[in-house]
Design a protein around this ligand. Structure first.
Ligand code: ADE
Length: 226
């Protein structure tokens, strides 16, 4: 898989992919992540990428030309399954969408900005608009990082223990059950007896019951969906 992220704030995307699972995924050749600075594609000598809104109104708008130039150039080099626009008015991102995206080949993500983007980009270049939740952040960069992380960790071979993505919260429609490690007794705070029993079926039943109870208490909407 290859993910190309288009942004006017490339610095914001320097560190999210430079460590841990995302770093390993790139080192193993399971994903390529490329960040493109819109400014580099400006033909203006001042590297200007925005202009006043037609019809007036406060705020500048990102222009179509540099963004179109990047997307056209990328599409000449390879095919893309989706050109995604990160925006608070997009379709809500969730584990199902992450699973779907993990099955795709190459993705482009365009980071929205408080300035807004010329609507013609959305009409003619974007195939999917995605929000990471009902709140507004300062730009699409962190949203693109969130989405990239959620998708890349699902690619085969990225996680060492293949089953661990399957036991993530949401993957079976339930929140994950609690986990414990040594010591079994910390100042009287004890690990549940069943987990020390070595009885696999009992442990599995306990985990399932815990997951259901937690989901009921915190996210009853997930149980209704099932
Ligand atoms: N840009 C600003 N807020 C956002 C959100 N919630 N999701 C995606 N992109 C955004």
């Amino acid at each position: 898989m290859r993910i190309d992220i288009i942004t006017c704030l490339p610095k914001l995307l320097e560190s999210p992919f430079a460590d841990s699972i995302l770093k390993r995924a790139q080192e193993r050749g399971l994903v390529e992540i490329h960040v493109h600075d819109i400014r580099e594609y400006s033909t203006n000598k001042h590297r200007k990428i925005d202009d006043y809104a037609y019809g007036g109104g406060a705020g500048m708008v990102l222009q179509i030309e540099p963004i179109a130039r990047i997307i056209d150039e990328l599409k000449e080099q390879r095919s893309y399954d989706e050109v995604i626009f990160m925006t608070p008015d997009g379709e809500q991102f969730d584990q199902n969408m992450a699973n779907e995206m993990a099955l795709k080949g190459n993705l482009i993500m365009l980071c929205g900005h408080y300035k807004g983007v010329d609507e013609r980009v959305r009409e003619h270049y974007i195939t999917k608009e995605v929000s990471i939740g009902d709140f507004v952040i300062s730009g699409g960069e962190l949203a693109a990082a969130v989405m990239t992380d959620a998708v890349v960790r699902l690619l085969p071979g990225v996680l060492n223990d293949e089953t661990s993505a399957l036991t993530d919260s949401f993957q079976d429609g339930l929140l994950a059950p609690p986990v414990y490690t040594r010591p079994a007794d910390y100042k009287g705070m004890k690990v549940p007896e069943v987990l020390l029993s070595g009885h696999e079926q009992k442990i599995e039943d306990w985990r399932f019951a815990q997951a259901v109870a937690k989901t009921k208490a915190r996210r009853p909407d997930l149980l209704k969906k099932e």
